[in-house]
Design a protein around this ligand. Structure first.
Ligand SMILES: [Fe+2]
Ligand SMILES: [Fe+2]
Length: 260
């Protein structure tokens, strides 16, 4: 069973985040061998500001380096990937998709069966952009994508896989604290309840996300064994988040946090 390395919120282009990530890539190559036994999942905010020139090209070169080493690599877009964090536009979304996925019109959910694991990536900015609501840091998957997700989770292609992992940028699990309820409108996932409905109707093995830069575990929420927020792996705005190495075939306690 391939192992998953979960990274998030790299914010390449912000302060020294590029240097930090370069160092992380070096240690990833050194520590995670052989590379073809690992799937690196980056849950969004790959870059810090899509309105600035150069950040996307730089991020793309890092991605290519990781892939060239033999790692499988999957990326979900975040709010900073389509704008400055609160200025997502359709045009920037298309540019990001062209650079990162090689197709400006690529559709979500993205389905990648890798080594018996169904990896399903969501775009938690798609609904926001459709409603022209890119003005805050919140996200929305949107009805159309959720319906496709529901169909995909019911499909034979997913049933043929031993495990299912769903990954996205925005933190979907509501903490129900007053503070979180207040800021959800501006920072949370608007259709978290609808996503929950789809995910609890199917059995998934892991839910991976970022955005809040918390780096916490939400295991057991929504009946999902592994639910992880990777934090900011490069340490934007706070201490550097852990990187989790997850082997779905092993018990939960074998998942470990390390610093790349
Ligand atoms: Fe972020
Ligand atoms: Fe974010």
């Amino acid at each position: 069973m391939k192992k998953i390395v979960h990274l998030s919120d790299l914010h390449i282009g912000y302060k020294n985040m590029s240097d930090v990530f370069e160092g992380m890539i070096g240690r990833l190559i050194y520590l995670c061998k052989p590379a073809n036994e690992y799937v690196v999942v980056i849950t969004g905010d790959l870059i810090d500001d899509a309105t600035k020139e150069g950040q996307l090209a730089e991020a793309k070169s890092y991605i290519e380096t990781i892939k060239k080493e033999g790692f499988s690599l999957l990326v979900a877009p975040g709010n900073h990937d389509y704008g400055s964090g609160n200025s997502a536009t359709d045009e920037r979304m298309k540019r990001y998709k062209q650079e990162i996925y090689g197709d400006a019109n690529t559709k979500f959910p993205r389905f990648d069966p890798i080594g018996g694991v169904a990896f399903i990536g969501l775009d938690s900015m798609e609904g926001e952009i459709k409603k022209n609501q890119g003005a805050w840091a919140d996200g929305e998957i949107g009805e159309e994508q959720l319906e496709k997700l529901d169909n995909l989770l019911s499909s034979q292609a997913v049933a043929n896989c031993q495990y299912t992992v769903v990954y996205l940028h925005h933190h979907p699990i509501d903490e129900s604290s007053f503070f979180r309820r207040v800021i959800r409108e501006f920072h949370g996932l608007d259709d978290a309840k609808e996503l929950k409905k789809v995910l609890v109707a199917h059995e998934i093995d892991a839910l991976l996300f970022g955005h809040n830069h918390d780096g916490r575990q939400w295991n057991g929420n929504w009946g999902i064994k592994r639910a992880y927020d990777a934090g900011s792996s490069t340490g934007k705005g706070d201490t550097q988040g852990p990187h989790r190495v997850i082997d779905l075939a092993e018990p939960l306690y074998t998942d470990f946090d390390a610093q790349l």
